[in-house]
Write a protein that binds this ligand. Structure first.
Ligand code: SF4
Length: 157
């Protein structure tokens, strides 16, 4: 989740790490949960890894799937999937590719973990540690995504 938030908003990342959590109350998060519970019913889902990440589902331990309701923050979703593949590779589980599934849009996008991505992931992990450990939370990003964010009132009102 923190890896995903790194690409969405570093203020959100900071809040999440520092236990300022508003996600349960937000309508969009609830929609995501409902979507998750009603899609792909016949495939086993939610593979927990090290009690830190929750993979939506794996096909034959070769293809990793992440279910999303919209493509609005696709870059963050792509890196989330790359990060999962990176962690699995460290456990000698070599995933061929990731797939972002958008059941409401009837679309999907393939994601691959490239060699240069693994270097970037190590750098991002260090940057995440730096951000969450700073005393002052990052400023609001004033982006169009803020209006749908669970933290909107906290940041702007
Ligand atoms: S409302 Fe905007 S600035 Fe605040 S946490 Fe959400 S995305 Fe970040």
């Amino acid at each position: 989740m923190m890896f995903y938030y790194y690409f969405v908003c570093q203020r959100k990342l900071w809040c999440f790490y520092n236990n300022i959590s508003l996600e349960k109350e937000n309508e969009n998060v609830l929609l995501g949960k409902i979507l998750d519970e009603t899609s792909y019913g016949r495939i086993s889902k939610h593979i927990m890894l090290d009690e830190t990440i929750n993979i939506d589902f794996l096909s034959n331990w070769k293809v990793l799937h992440e279910i999303k309701k919209s493509r609005s923050i696709e870059l963050a979703s792509e890196w989330q999937v790359k990060y999962y593949m990176y962690l699995l590779r460290q456990k000698d589980i070599n995933i061929e590719k990731g797939v972002l599934d958008y059941p409401l849009l009837k679309k999907r996008k393939e994601v691959f973990l490239l060699e240069e991505d693994t270097v970037k992931i190590s750098e991002i992990i260090q940057d995440i540690e730096r951000i969450v450990m700073t005393e002052k939370m990052p400023n609001p990003i004033d982006s169009r995504i803020c209006k749908k964010c669970a933290y909107f009132e906290y940041c702007y009102i």
